[in-house]
Design a protein around this ligand. Structure first.
Ligand code: NAD
Length: 329
């Protein structure tokens, strides 16, 4: 059975070729992003393996189904980019990797917090220029601070455990409270209450109709002035132009983003020799108290190995008529 990987990078090829694939699976790696223009490359491949910035809207799914694809194997946990109703109509099964390493993403959120707080991005540049001054680098003790966790599933819980280790007070917001957070002493509050009390807020909920632009001009007004916001969830959880206004006024004191609403056209590509066309991202990158990483929170050796193992297992089981990790609309 032929499997075509879209948006594949060298680290994908490495992790999938090191994992043990069932005999009979032929893996083909394609660096191009899946779009209407590239969907034809999948002709003759029963399985398409896609990542988060691939286009899995109705018209692309239609092209894939017409050319013989029967399974979309997502090598991600999130599936907000798939038109599940169209997939069902076209008889395409969709599987995903529900958990690979929650620690990878949680630890990256913490890396953003520490770098923003202690201004490591500025200190790194300064010492390389021979400037050994400390002005503007004052941080704060995380010990004793109040941290708000929005979405307390696997990643939110891993994040909460780390922050509890720093001696932070935990607040949480999730329609389904997690007993593990309660055991850590977290208090579940409404989102406005959490935003009013937390000095650091980290988003770990999925993107859906209820969470799109959860952080917007109205909710940003609830923040403790100067608070830090971290988003490793999905770009559209926040209204980015509203973040820029809040950064300009000082209402938002620090911003760490691993995801961006318009990232599909930019992330995972080297565009360093071209003018940045996205004016919102360009403005964000001018702030000294903002760090943007290009959707790398998942990128650890352990997570890549787990993604490869589960994806290959998902494909093998689906082929045997015993599908697991199906995503249904
Ligand atoms: P999970 O399903 O274990 O947890 C999600 C939690 O969000 C659940 O507890 C759920 O009840 C909660 N939730 C649902 N709707 C909510 C709402 N309206 N408000 C608050 N909470 C809500 O998922 P997870 O494995 O912890 O992953 C969380 C998200 O992280 C994924 O959906 C994905 O978008 C993102 N993610 C990002 C990366 C990255 O590399 N940056 C990697 C993996 C996952």
């Amino acid at each position: 059975m032929r499997v075509l990987f879209f948006s594949s990078q060298t680290y994908d090829q490495d992790s999938f070729t090191q994992a043990t694939a069932a005999p009979g699976l032929e893996l083909h790696f394609q660096p191009a992003r899946l779009t209407e223009d590239t969907a034809a490359l999948a002709a003759g491949h029963e399985v398409v393996c896609a990542f988060i910035n691939d286009d899995l809207g109705a018209s692309v799914l239609q092209c894939l189904a017409a050319a013989g694809t029967r399974l979309i194997a997502l090598r991600s946990a999130g599936y907000n980019h798939v038109d599940l109703a169209a997939a069902k109509r076209l008889g395409l099964a969709v599987v995903r990797v529900p958990a690979y390493s929650p620690h990878a993403v949680a630890e990256h959120a913490v890396a953003l917090i520490l770098a923003l707080n202690r201004r490591l991005h500025r200190a790194y540049n300064r010492t390389r220029e021979g400037d050994f001054t400390l002005h503007g680098l004052t941080g704060f003790d995380l010990y004793g601070k109040t941290v708000g966790v929005v979405g307390t599933g696997q990643i939110g819980a891993a994040f909460a455990r780390i922050m509890a280790g720093f001696g932070c007070q935990l607040l949480a917001y999730d329609p389904y409270p997690n007993p593990e957070l309660l055991a850590l002493g977290a208090r579940y509050l409404s989102l406005p209450q959490l935003l009013r009390q937390a000095q650091v807020i980290s988003l770990h909920c999925p993107l859906n109709d209820a969470t799109r632009h959860l952080i917007n001009a109205r909710t940003l007004a609830d923040l403790t002035p100067g608070a830090m916001l971290i988003n490793t969830g999905r770009g559209a959880l926040v209204d980015t132009p509203a973040l820029i206004e809040a950064l300009k006024s000082g209402q938002l004191g620090y911003l760490g983003l691993d995801v961006y609403e318009e990232e599909a056209q930019l992330f995972f590509e080297d565009r360093s020799d071209q003018p940045l066309q996205d004016d919102v991202l360009a403005r964000l990158l001018t702030f000294p108290n903002v760090i943007v990483t290009a959707h790398q929170a998942f990128l650890t050796r352990e997570a890549l190995a787990a993604i490869a193992a589960t994806t290959l297992d998902n494909i093998t089981r689906w082929a045997a008529g015993n599908a697991q990790n199906l995503v249904e609309g």
